[in-house]
Design a protein around this ligand. Sequence first.
Ligand code: PMP
Length: 409
Amino acid sequence: TDPLDTEHIRADFPILQREFDGTQLVYLDNAATSQTPEPVIDTIAEYYRTYNANVHRGLHQLSQEASIAYEEAHDRVAEFIGASGGREEIVFTKNTTESMNLVAYAWGLAELGPEDEVVTTQMEHHSSLVTWQQIGKKTGAEVKYIRIDEEGYLDMDHAKELITDDTAMVSVAHVSNTLGTINPVSELAELAHDHGAYIFVDGAQSVPHQPVDVEAIDADFFAFSGHKMCGPTGIGVLYGKRELLESMQPYLYGGSMVRKVTYEETTFEELPWKFEAGTPVIGQGIALAAACDYLDEIGLERIQRHEHELAEYAYDRLTEFEDITVYGPPGDDRVGLVSFNLDSVHAHDLSSILNDHAVAIRAGDHCTQPLHDTLDTAASARASFYLYNTRKEIDALIEGIDDARALFA
Ligand code: PMP
């Protein structure tokens, strides 16, 4: 398989042509949100230009066209992540956070009690950490955190200690958005299942960047966001094993998710519509399917290899400096993101100086405050890469860091 032709790929992303004071944008904040290629923008525009209508209900031509495209988008996403059950196992939500909350409310509130434990990790994003913590408070279930070791890997011995017959749910990020660690989710799934627990995998940072097969992982639930994978904002996905989704009560009630309603009773629609109350994310869902096509056409293995090379390069360049601390695993064993701190410069100041160089990175806690406490820092700077990034852009990042160092010396 060939390396990526980044020049060609960059031409698909109009936003990358933007310049600030004559300097071309260097976009290294892809773990927060990725940019959108022309075919996806065209798909959204075509939807609004030619067949925008509400779905499921209408008998007119536009509604039929929109309904077919929207429903087929679920099948396309199912195929993208290896869900053989097709649309019935794919619920469209607003984002990963909503997918997480759907499971926490629809499954967690109903199933968890004071005798149960939820096992998660020290490196979870707030979307899962805060959600399980709060559901724990409501249900009395205890939430336990698998430790990370000094290099930023999960301590699997600790995982084996924590996951017991009292565990009802294991909830783990597939890839850490702060450390760049890839977690052994299949192994954790096996551990969970051996103890009769379910596993929820947060795939927000994996699905955009590597081939993912939810059935090979044996995930019971799996969530991710469209806006991190060349798709639009306002759409997320919850995959759930069919029997499990079938056994759960709806999370939101209202129109579209019902079959028969009387003043006294309601029966609910079949999967996945039972979980998509109200007018759903029609344009976004159709555009997400286009993003799947775009990524598949280029090839996720190639994208993964490209980002891996960039991450290794960035890691090597950043660790050349004694005054830079890089968090997480070594350069050859991480995904395409690097969080770090420069000794004398706060991450926010660094980000603002980099902005003067038209280099966009993230500064802050990246929605992992407890993890930052564990790392003994309030904030970090994070550069995160995608298919269109180049080594030259990492050089621009390093130049900006040099400038910040000189300014604060
Ligand atoms: N989990 C991880 C690992 C993430 O990186 C993110 C986004 N930063 C989320 C969950 C939440 O995604 P969203 O904001 O789209 O709900």
